[in-house]
Ligand binder design. Structure first.
Ligand SMILES: Nc1ncnc2c1ncn2[C@@H]1O[C@H](COP(=O)(O)OP(=O)(O)OP(=O)(O)O)[C@@H](O)[C@H]1O
Ligand SMILES: [Mg+2]
Length: 326
């Protein structure tokens, strides 16, 4: 609760027992919807919540336990921190299906499925968990694929992800415009070879049998620093994005949420969105306006996000957490 002005509230506690708030309704009525928003808790989020009612018109006392009816039995809430190790391990038979977190609705794992949706776009505020997401994703990719089956390029001007991938999966690390330009030129040369010519049949397209080679994951942190007035080294990838699935190209972008609604007009960002790619919206100011469908940013704890997918709709999720490499 943002303010205790709405009702009666007990003091925050760190000992066993629960915190509560009593809200007196203006009159007798039917409750259509009660929303319990615990996202304002910082560092001490409750693990569960429940809801009881008392009919005050009977004159019952608040302290009379028997006068209370249970409306919502205790339901578990998303944890504050979801250690990466608690997710199911990456499945080497389906390495493109990468576990990334758990959903609020059922607390079950949620995956990104790069076979079906090759690219992902994430917006998040300062320190909302953007780099952590990429770190965990890189881990999922390198644990699911053999190094010959997938390669990773990281573009990260602030070097937040240094040391994240130490296996042979890593083939490039762009820390500046110059280095990233060169890397992307190499990617373009490979992808051009993979583009299906007119002779490729529908069956070959489905089985991707006209080329051989690893999947390529390009993970970009802080895209706002990469696409600038002086150019965007990722721009040459634009023409390949629509065929990402066929040619094994995956682009995952995180960007600061401030100014995100303007960034929707950026050619790369807008192409990824046109392809109905999964969107991840972490904490952000509401006045940024709708970013995915009608979904507007809201204040969320670190690692908490709205995952927007074509199949799953909008899901509130807790993304996995792993510490930066020592
Ligand atoms: N999934 C998560 N679960 C819990 N806490 C998290 C999670 N991700 C990040 N955090 C916490 O949030 C803080 C910022 O994390 P991170 O560096 O990943 O955010 P960021 O959005 O990349 O920040 P910046 O804006 O500086 O780039 C860290 O202290 C981290 O512990
Ligand atoms: Mg970061």
């Amino acid at each position: 609760m943002k303010s205790v002005g709405y009702g009666e509230v007990n003091r925050r506690r760190r000992r066993p027992g629960n915190e509560w708030v009593v809200i007196r309704l203006a009159g007798r009525g039917v409750i259509d919807l009660a929303e319990i928003d615990t996202s304002w808790y910082r560092g001490n989020q409750p693990e569960s919540a429940s809801l009881q009612t008392l009919d005050a018109t009977t004159g019952a006392s608040l302290t009379d336990k028997s006068a209370w009816c249970e409306l919502l039995p205790p339901v578990r809430l998303l944890p504050e921190e979801l250690p990466y190790e608690t997710l199911p391990p990456a499945d080497p038979r389906r390495p493109a299906r990468v576990p990334v977190g758990i959903a609020e609705a059922d607390l079950q794992p949620v995956h990104l499925d790069f076979d079906n949706e090759p690219h992902v776009l994430l917006f998040g505020d300062v320190e909302s968990g953007k780099s952590t997401f990429l770190r965990c994703l890189a881990r999922g990719i390198t644990e699911g694929y053999a190094p010959n089956d997938a390669k990773v390029i990281i573009v990260d001007y602030r070097r937040s992800l240094l040391g994240t991938v130490t296996t042979d999966h890593l083939i490039g690390y762009g820390t500046s415009q110059q280095v990233t330009n060169d890397l992307i030129q190499q990617v373009v040369a490979v992808m051009r070879e993979r583009l299906p010519g007119p002779e490729v049949t529908a069956e070959q397209l489905r089985s991707r049998s006209w080329w051989r080679g690893p999947e390529l994951y390009v993970l970009v942190d802080d895209y706002d620093l990469v696409a600038t007035q002086t150019g965007n080294p990722l721009a040459p990838l634009l023409e390949f994005l629509a065929q990402g699935r066929d040619i094994g190209l995956h682009l995952v972008i995180t960007r600061r949420i401030g100014g995100a609604s303007r960034a929707l007009f950026d050619p790369i960002v807008s192409r990824i969105r046109e392809l109905a790619s999964p969107g991840i919206m972490m904490s952000g100011p509401r006045d940024e306006g709708p970013l995915f469908g009608t979904l507007k940013p809201q204040f969320l704890p670190p690692g908490r996000a709205w995952l927007v997918t074509r199949r799953g709709g909008n899901q509130l999720v807790q993304l996995a957490w792993a510490p930066p490499p020592a």
